[in-house]
Design a binder for this molecule. Structure first.
Ligand SMILES: Cc1cc2nc3c(=O)[nH]c(=O)nc-3n(C[C@H](O)[C@H](O)[C@H](O)COP(=O)(O)OP(=O)(O)OC[C@H]3O[C@@H](n4cnc5c(N)ncnc54)[C@H](O)[C@@H]3O)c2cc1C
Length: 536
């Protein structure tokens, strides 16, 4: 939206004001008129404005947008540069090796360039374009390429993700830096002010390619089909990497391989390197008609043409009954107007997640509904030590695959049928393109997990009238909400506690969850390495 207005004045200080407007009035001319009513026009030559924050206030009807606006008087907004990063040529500079081209790896590479060093990124998967073909194969022919799928390839799990960019990270400066960088590489500027910024799956691939191209243009390297198979350690320091079948000597390595790189965890375990179990959650993806969620959230028959498709966030503490302990059940990665995606990384498993296009204009609203995992759930897997959670995750994914017919067809059930523990006779239309098969999902999960999920859904039904309905479908299994393993690192240096020069990074190492926090952690690791290299 253009955001300028020329009047004639002499005053200078930017002033912050708040506007509450109807969604239909969210346009430049209305906003300028509303601002003009709030400031003393007699004292200025002209003003321009920028939106600092936009949120939807649906607590009372009519629903309004709340805008926090910075009004610049007698000063052009173009002087407020949003992204002033300079990426110079680094081809002849000191090298930093990065494993994984997800948000963490790519933002680490940009930071390495900014700091005057040369990043070399190794990625097991394929580039964005080739990867799209692998996703089509997965959906239509049920062939899972274990190196190129929704989780692996250029941009990592972030590329074909939903692209919601909100985070619980308290590092506001770093969050702003990430958002500005996304805008510099092609994201819409509205992510800078939306309370819940969202890019959308259709727009992410070109943004990711633009980042990769910039890294290469500056003399960095991004090597696809390059898989880390082993690491060599000498005297407690990283010495070399085995990439495909080639040994590469290294000094400093950022390991940003994401939470689905189970072979990396296995490799660490086999070498006897320190690993910790990390708490995580599992459950199902739930999908309702979007019109129903709009009705519930906006308390109206139809949301009309101006309001965005409604989202929700739900959490309940559920009594354990015979399982004694209370546990948290919560919604996760909610995608209004979205699609349920097949996110397996191996042939013999079924895994769900969700995404939506930038317009969020699909007919359905999906969300992960997950319950936190406790030690009791992992007894059968305790012989795997720190990998117990990962093995448990894998066992659920395999069971889902077996019960739904050993393809990428996913096991599914209507919501009330799941709560009443009976297989659905029919399934509603839904967005999961690889197909669904009616099974009793209670049988996919251990009894305790099914208990908490059923009661969590019942609690959500009490909180949101209309949410509990047999029109909603549950599709299993949602198991990769976060890493089930932590690769421990020194709090100060960020190096692995036993291996100098090795930097376990972001989601796969258990230090991030989501695009923004992974990118922040990538940048942090890059900064630590460059600082260290400057000293030594
Ligand atoms: C469908 C979907 C929707 C999502 N929606 C959102 C959302 O809306 N908002 C949000 O914040 N998050 C979302 N996420 C999660 C988000 O994508 C991840 O949190 C984020 O990508 C983690 O970043 P990362 O860089 O730590 O790891 P990843 O993105 O997992 O990247 C790791 C990379 O390492 C590579 N790799 C792994 N092993 C090796 C190896 N041995 N050698 C070389 N390379 C290797 C992988 O191929 C991968 O490219 C979604 C994920 C999915 C799948």
């Amino acid at each position: 939206m253009p955001n300028y207005l020329t009047l004639t004045f002499e005053h200078f200080m930017p002033t912050q004001i708040t506007l509450r407007i109807l969604p239909k009035n969210f346009n430049d001319s209305y906003i300028k008129t509303a601002i003009a009513k709030q400031i003393d026009l007699s004292k200025i030559d002209f003003f321009e404005y920028s939106i600092l924050k936009k949120s939807t206030d649906a607590r009372q009807l009519p629903i309004k947008y709340q805008l926090s606006i910075l009004v610049h008087t007698n000063e052009s907004i173009s002087s407020y540069v949003k992204n002033d990063k300079k990426y110079a040529k680094v081809d002849k500079k000191k090298k930093v090796h990065i494993i994984g081209a997800g948000p963490a790896g790519l933002f680490a590479a940009l930071k390495v360039i900014e700091k005057g060093c040369k990043p070399i990124v190794y990625e097991r998967g394929r580039n964005v374009k080739d990867r799209r073909r692998d996703l089509a194969q997965l959906t239509k022919k049920h062939i899972v390429n274990p190196e190129s799928n929704y989780c692996f390839g250029e941009g990592g799990a972030g590329t074909y993700s939903d692209g919601k960019l909100y985070t619980r990270s308290k590092k506001r400066g770093s969050v702003t830096e990430i958002l500005n960088t996304f805008v510099a590489f092609g994201a819409d500027e509205n992510i800078l002010y939306e309370a819940h910024p969202h890019i959308g799956t259709n727009k992410l691939p070109s943004i990711i390619s633009a980042i990769t191209n910039k890294i290469i243009e500056c003399g960095g390297e991004v090597l696809f089909n390059s898989k880390l198979k082993d690491i060599y350690i000498k005297e407690n320091k990283i010495e070399a990497l085995l990439l495909n079948n080639e040994r590469v000597e290294v000094d400093n390595v950022i390991l940003a391989t994401g939470h689905s790189a189970r072979d990396v965890y296995e490799m660490f375990y086999a070498k006897g390197l320190a690993l910790d179990y990390k708490q995580f959650a599992v459950g199902v993806r739930i999908e309702h008609p979007q019109t129903l969620i709009d009705k519930i959230q906006y308390r109206c028959e139809s949301r009309g043409e101006f309001l965005e498709p409604a989202a929700y966030q739900l959490v309940a503490q559920v009594e354990g009954g015979k399982f004694k302990k209370k546990r948290g059940v919560y919604s996760f990665c909610m995608c209004p107007g979205g699609i349920i995606a097949p996110c397996a990384t191996n042939q013999e498993e079924v895994v769900t997640n969700g995404w939506s296009p930038s317009k969020r204009n699909n007919k359905y609203a999906n969300s992960g509904i997950v319950v936190s995992i406790e030690d009791d759930d992992l007894r059968k897997f305790s012989k795997f030590g720190p990998l117990a959670g990962m093995k448990f995750q894998a066992s659920l994914e395999r069971k889902a695959w077996e019960m739904a017919g050993k393809t990428q067809v996913a096991p599914a059930q209507r919501m009330i049928d799941f709560i009443e523990n009976r297989k659905s006779e029919t399934l509603p239309e839904n967005s999961y393109m690889a197909g669904v098969k009616s099974v009793n999902l209670n049988e996919v999960f251990p009894e305790s997990i099914a208990h908490y999920l059923r009661n969590g859904l019942l609690a959500f039904g009490k909180k949101k009238k209309g949410y509990l309905t047999n029109e909603a479908i549950l599709v299993g299994v949602e198991t990769r909400s976060s890493a089930p393993v932590r690769i421990p690192r020194d709090k100060e240096t960020l190096e692995h506690i036993e291996v100098a020069g090795l930097y376990p990074c972001a989601e796969g190492a258990g230090y991030a969850g989501g695009i923004v926090s992974a990118a922040i952690d990538g940048m942090r690791c890059a900064e630590k390495i460059v600082e260290k290299m400057a000293i030594t």
